[in-house]
Design a protein around this ligand. Structure first.
Ligand SMILES: N[C@@H](CCC[C@H](N)C(=O)O)C(=O)O
Length: 301
């Protein structure tokens, strides 16, 4: 067993996040550790946000993101808000700059405790999302599921927020679809060579959308921040809404809301919402063996 590191079990609108402090170490949280942690009810998660020492000057940390199947992700909006809250509580700082494989992320914690993350610019080029087939217009691609003459879901908008997203527009309650059945088929559809996050979106007004997401590498989750961003951008791009929307995440506890603004002046997407700490512990990043802090009254595993 390698020396343990501290971690916090947190959530962003119910999206289950483990924030792992890997600062001062050269190793990484292994896929095997991620899979072992996800196999236990108490540490089951959607994403691990591993905080490493910064690699570039002017940044506060390098963040590695792992899905619960052990695969890597390039972006995680809800997890980034959790990292901000954890580091703000530790340091008293309010403004952070992080680096991930997808680039630089700026974030700020506001007086009311909500957190805004600059999620960068969406990418619409078919080969950068990436798609397996050339589409000049990725605001609506040919893809459907269900009977050919009466598809259940069809013609998604696709975009990358650093990670690939497909948004299926629906005109009834997103919870009424069997996303647990269609999600894995679409995530692994040959159209998406790097798989994709699959979102159902119902536009409820020019400034509001309701979503539900099947996440690449994590399955049905209670919320997905980058999907909310991809949905807001796609809705504005197709004229369904304006550039600032409230995204209600139907599957999250109390149907939580993220505010998403796709800024006109620089094309960047700003996501604002809450983060919540649940409990803290220590874990072995190579095996996933963990224990809860004694003051919080639980036993080691
Ligand atoms: N929950 C995240 C997105 C997680 C990444 C995703 N599963 C992927 O592999 O791209 C969020 O809040 O953005």
């Amino acid at each position: 067993m390698s020396a343990t590191v501290e971690f916090a079990k947190m959530n962003g609108l119910g999206n289950k996040i483990l924030v792992v402090d890997m600062r001062g170490r050269a190793d990484r949280v292994t896929p095997a550790a991620a899979i072992a942690l996800n196999a236990e009810p108490d540490t089951q998660f959607d994403q691990i946000m591993a905080i490493h020492d910064p690699k570039a000057s002017g940044t506060d940390a390098w963040i590695d993101i792992l899905n619960s199947d052990g695969s890597k992700a390039q972006a995680c909006g809800n997890g980034t808000r959790c990292v901000v809250q954890a580091l703000a509580a530790e340091t008293g700082k309010k403004v952070f700059t992080f680096q991930t494989v997808a680039g630089i992320l700026n974030a700020v914690e506001h007086e009311d405790g909500t957190i805004s993350v600059d999620m960068g610019k969406p990418v619409f080029d078919w080969d950068k999302i990436p798609l397996a087939e050339e589409f000049h217009d990725t605001s609506r691609i040919e893809l459907q599921i269900g009977p050919i003459d009466n598809p259940v879901m069809h013609s998604p908008s696709v975009t990358s927020m650093g990670n690939p997203h497909a948004i299926f527009w629906v005109d009834r309650d997103v919870m009424s679809f069997d996303l647990g059945r269609f999600g894995p088929l679409l995530e692994n559809h040959p159209m998406f060579p790097e798989r994709a996050n699959i979102t159902l979106a119902q536009v409820t007004s020019l400034s509001s959308i309701t979503t539900r997401t099947w996440e690449r590498g994590a399955g049905l989750t209670l919320a997905c921040g980058s999907a909310a961003c991809a949905t807001a951008v796609s809705a504005a791009r197709t004229g369904r809404t304006g550039r600032e929307v409230a995204v209600t995440v139907a599957s999250s506890p109390n149907q939580g809301v993220l505010t998403i603004e796709w800024r006109e002046h620089d094309g960047r997407v700003i996501m604002t919402g809450p983060a919540e700490w649940e409990w803290s512990g220590a874990l072995d990043p190579s095996t996933g063996a963990w224990s809860r802090d004694a003051t919080q009254g639980a036993q080691a595993r």
